[in-house]
Design a protein around this ligand. Structure first.
Ligand code: SF4
Length: 46
């Protein structure tokens, strides 16, 4: 699994359409079933 540091991400959106498994979303559009991953991504970077 790859992580995106929310402090470094500038929300440019360049990664979203090129992800081969559709695993990247803007935070406001993360599907409900994957909301737990928002905190997991943030906590990875402390
Ligand atoms: S939206 Fe994606 S490509 Fe753009 S800064 Fe954030 S992680 Fe990087």
């Amino acid at each position: 699994m790859y992580y995106i540091d929310p402090a470094e991400c500038i929300d440019c959106g360049a990664c979203e359409p090129v992800c081969p498994v559709t695993a990247i979303f803007y935070e406001y559009s993360v599907p409900m079933k994957w909301h737990s991953y928002i905190a997991k991504n943030a906590s990875y970077f402390g």
